[in-house]
Every structure is written in C-alpha cells, then in structure tokens.
Design a protein around this ligand. Structure first.
Ligand code: GLU
Length: 409
C-alpha cells in the first residue's frame, strides 16, 4: 500500500491550484476564436494550449494547465513599458505625447487627436510613441532598456523570439504608417524605422502565463516585484498604468470588460492576458485563439470566472464596513473613557471613530479624559491620521481632552 503524505503547506496551496485548474479545464471546452495570422509566424501557435497562473502580492505562485508554455508578449508589453517610461518622465511629460482616453477602436486604428497625439498607450500608436520615449541613443540601446525592464517585472531574464520579430518586421506596414503620421506632426521623437524597430522587438519578447502573473503582481504591489523584492517602478506609475489598463486594456471591449470582469487587464494577439487585482494578485492567462475583438476567447472566459469566484470586481464592496472599535471602557469613578481601536483605520473607519467620540461626549457629560488606544491598529491611512489628529488638537487645553496612546502614533 502506498501512503501519500502532504505537508500542510502543500494542502493549502493545492486548494488555490485546484480552483485555477477547474477554471482552466472548463475553458478547454470553449471552442471559439482563431489564432492570429496577420503576423504570419503567430499562426503556428498550438490552439489547444490553455494555461493560467496567479501570483499574490506576498509572492506565492499557483500554476494550472500550460502555465509554462512560451508565447510572445505582443501588446501586453505596452502597459509595462508605459510604467517604465512613466517612472522616468513623470505623468505630465508623458501625457504631452500620449493621451488617457479610450479610443473605442481596434488596436491598430489611427486614433490621433488634433495635435497628432495617440489616444492612449494601450493602442499601437500610443505604444510606439511610448517606446520611442525610452532613454537611449540607438534603437539597440533603447531595446536593452526595455528588455531589462520587462525582465525585472518578470523576475527572470527574458529573450526575444527572433522568428516572430522577423515576421512582424516584414509585415508591420500599418505600424510604420502610424509612426509616420506621428512623425509628420512632429510628436514622435525618433525616425520611423528606429521607433518601430524597438516596438516590434518588445512585442516579440517571449513569456509564459507564469511570467505575466509575476509582472501583474508587481503592478498590484505598487511596483515592487513580490518574488525578487526589487522595486521596478514607482507607485504613481503603477497606479496610472493600472488606470489605463482598466479603461483601455481590452481593445474595443474595454467597457464590457469593466462591467463583466472589473479589474485592470491587457491582452495581446499572441493569446496572453495579464490581469491585476490591485493590492492582491496578478494573473496571467494563455490560450491562442482570439475572439472578434482580438482578445483570447478562453482567457476572457477564465478571467470572467475568476472574477466571479474570487470576488474580483473592484467596484464590488462588502455591505457594511468592519468596525474599528474593539471596546469602549467607561470608568465611572474617574470619569475617564477608554476607546480601544483595532485593525486598519481608513476614512470610513475613522469616520466611525469620530462619530463614536461624539456619542460618548454627548451621553457621558462628565467625561474629562477620553483615551483612544491605537495599540492594536495595524495601519492608519493619511486621511485617517489627519482627521483623528484634528479631533485631538481641537480638545487640547480644554477640560475635556482626547488623548491617543499606542506605538508611534
Ligand atoms: N505586435 C502587434 C502589432 O502591433 C501587437 C498587437 C497586439 O497584441 O494587440 O500588431
């Protein structure tokens, strides 16, 4: 008889992995879409591959199906290169060259505003502009910066699929046309071929669903790769990138995606999708057949189900906020009241605390000292600190004082 033993850590991890496995197996039954062939080399992808990976902001990784299959990143490079350039130039300088608005048009549309500025960085025109803003004197040195940055997002050294790169470089006339238009308005800071060369190479970087999950988790984690611990981009760049993925990441289905899935994502014609639940996890999916909008049909189905099962929609919220008030201890002998708080103090939590302070003061007119004990508070947001501090200041020097106690408050 064989006795199989599992450590408790494996049992725990298996429950997440099995959940993802079920999502992958259901997706395999979906028979929809076609593998992209407008870049000839992409047509060789195996249409039956289906993989998914999830990485939490704590750096734990869960794989299901073909999570190690390799494919080219294509448009999923766009948000990550945007985040890298954003960290160098800042929001305003970057915004002068590429907009924030969803185009509602296909990825390769000629979406330029009156000044010749592309609508957003998630469509080809915007992404060509963004990679032209990478620092470096030559296309080769700029691509080195891009490849190094994408590798730091993934936590491993990535490389280029040369066959896909050659295939796109041979056939990418529309992207050259987009670059020419932007060059003609004076907004594109490089020669057309220099700009498209870097862009075509960045699209041909090879990744797995696991890599995409780590990259997404890095954005979810304010720009710090949760596996390597390296800061890859700054929190504002990560946040702006996620905002644009949320509004423009799924081609001209971005609005529908916002309703049905509800967290930022970016798809690519190679069959990958990266999706991010800020503060929680990144997910990578891979399944080559694309739907009519150019999104991986099985990838969309997997992420829709994940959002339903894992409560992923960012605009879904619990019906009642958790109470930060652990205890109210009234000492009749000394007229003192102790208000003990716990957990995380954000705006709505501190608003409950201030309301409670008013209630105590109104009902116990003899209260001389109200002590707010923050010992068990795990985090105070800026606004909570400010509002509580103002309430304490308001009573300073009066007969009815509020004091706070707790570590380093
Ligand atoms: N390299 C592809 C192109 O520019 C990327 C398109 C995509 O993934 O949306 O056509």
């Amino acid at each position: 008889m064989t006795v199989r033993t599992m450590s408790s850590a494996q049992v725990g991890a298996a429950s997440v992995r099995d959940g993802l496995g079920r999502v992958v197996e259901t997706a395999r039954t979906i028979d929809e879409g076609h593998v992209a062939d407008y870049i000839p080399e992409l047509s060789h992808a195996d249409p039956d591959l289906v993989g998914m990976s999830l990485v939490s902001v704590l750096g734990h990784r869960y794989d299901a199906g073909d999570a190690e299959a390799r494919f080219t990143i294509q448009s999923i490079s766009k948000p990550f290169v945007y985040a890298l350039v954003h960290a160098r130039l800042g929001r305003e300088a970057l915004h002068r060259r590429v907009g924030f608005e969803p185009s509602g048009e296909p990825f390769n549309a000629i979406s330029l505003d009156d000044a010749g500025r592309p609508a957003n960085p998630m469509i080809n025109a915007g992404a060509i502009m963004v990679s032209a803003l990478v620092d470096g004197a030559t296309p080769a040195s700029r691509f080195d910066v891009v490849l190094d940055g994408l590798s730091r997002f993934a936590g491993r050294a990535l490389s280029v699929d040369e066959a896909v790169h050659a295939s796109e470089a041979d056939t990418g006339h529309r992207n050259r046309a987009l670059a020419s238009l932007m060059r003609s308005t004076g907004l594109l800071p490089r020669e057309v071929d220099d700009a498209t060369d870097v862009y075509f190479r960045q699209c041909a970087v090879e990744v797995t669903a696991g890599d995409l999950a780590v990259m997404g988790a890095t954005l979810a984690n304010d720009g710090v790769n949760p596996i390597t611990g390296e800061r890859v981009t700054d929190p504002e760049s990560a946040q702006d990138t996620l905002s644009l993925m949320g509004s423009c990441g799924m081609y001209d289905r971005s609005g529908e995606w916002g309703v049905t899935v509800g967290f930022p994502a970016k798809s690519g014609v190679g069959g990958g999708i990266v999706a991010v639940k800020p503060g929680q996890f990144g997910v990578g999916t891979f399944a080559p057949p694309l739907d009519a909008a150019g999104n991986s049909a099985r990838g969309v189905a997997m992420l829709r189900r994940l959002s339903e099962e894992y409560g992923g929609h960012l605009l879904a919220h619990p019906s009642a906020p958790a109470s930060p008030i652990a205890d109210v201890v009234e000492d009749a002998g000394t007229d003192a009241v102790l208000l003990r708080l716990r957990g995380e103090l954000d705006f709505v939590a501190v608003e409950q605390v201030l309301h409670e302070i008013d209630r105590i003061e109104a009902t116990a007119s003899g209260v001389a000292v109200l002590t707010v004990d923050l010992t068990d508070v795990t985090r105070i947001t800026g606004v909570a600190r400010q509002l509580l501090g103002e309430a304490v200041d308001r009573t300073r020097g009066s007969a009815r004082q509020i004091l706070t106690i707790g570590p380093d408050r």
